[in-house]
Design a protein around this ligand. Structure first.
Ligand SMILES: [Zn+2]
Length: 234
């Protein structure tokens, strides 16, 4: 196995939607050669008034500190998309390169949906790596383009030495009950046809590659049974 291959995956809950007890989460991937790759950063420190349904918990900075990591130890932030519960602390990671789908970054520039936390994701272009579609970032870490929730949303496939493959669907499939070929769109996504195509794309990958664990973006019940930081998958 190559030195830079993926070694560990941590899951952490950084906030919630208290009314429905829905978890707001981030993930950390560590590689054999010591890279720290964060996937999403959670809610902003101060939640905008129009997003009052969210509540901060032990945030991403505190979570990382509890396993001995400072923000500057993060080499890469994979940004699944720029919604306020996923990109709210991007600016804290001043040494990181941000990895985002090109169509998402371009759309966000003129889309009011992402305006409230623009100061977080609108970083200098030399620190942003724009990718086009499915992309292998390094051995055992693949970005899967899953538009529909938003244009250029990306899910992440992590291949671990012991556990095997874990698919992080993020908001392409927020709840496990929606992971079916004939699932009805819940009406919350701007592009129902695209979300259906992305769901089928992920189902095909799971079947074809025998992916053993699929972690949904905001699934309260599933989340309760998963290992959370300081525990990890390896
Ligand atoms: Zn979300």
């Amino acid at each position: 196995m190559s030195q830079n291959a993926v070694k560990r995956l941590y899951l952490m809950q950084v906030g919630s939607m208290p009314e429905y007890q829905i978890p707001i989460v981030c993930y950390l991937v560590q590689t054999g050669d010591g890279q720290n790759i964060l996937i999403d950063t959670g809610l902003p420190e101060i939640i905008p008034e129009e997003e009052a349904e969210f509540e901060n918990g032990k945030d991403v900075i505190e979570q990382l500190a509890s396993i001995g990591l400072r923000p500057d130890d993060i080499d890469t932030v994979i940004s699944t998309h720029y919604d306020g519960d996923h990109a709210g602390r991007h600016a804290a990671f001043t040494k990181a390169q941000y990895v985002v789908q090109r169509v998402h970054h371009v759309d966000a520039a003129s889309n009011p949906r992402y305006a409230a936390i623009r100061s977080q994701w609108d970083q200098p272009m030399e620190r942003i790596r724009l990718v086009d579609g499915d992309t292998e970032l390094l051995p055992g870490l693949e970005l899967i383009e899953t538009s529909g929730h938003v244009p250029g949303h990306q899910s992440v496939l992590v291949r671990l030495p012991k556990t095997g493959a874990i698919l992080l669907t993020v908001d392409a499939v927020p709840f496990g009950e929606g992971f079916t070929r004939d699932g009805q769109d819940d009406g919350s996504n701007p592009d129902a046809e695209a979300i259906r195509a992305s769901t089928i794309k992920l189902l095909d990958r799971v079947e074809r590659e025998g992916i053993g664990l699929v972690i949904f973006g905001h699934d309260t019940e599933q989340w309760a049974g998963l290992k959370k930081l300081p525990e990890y998958y390896e």
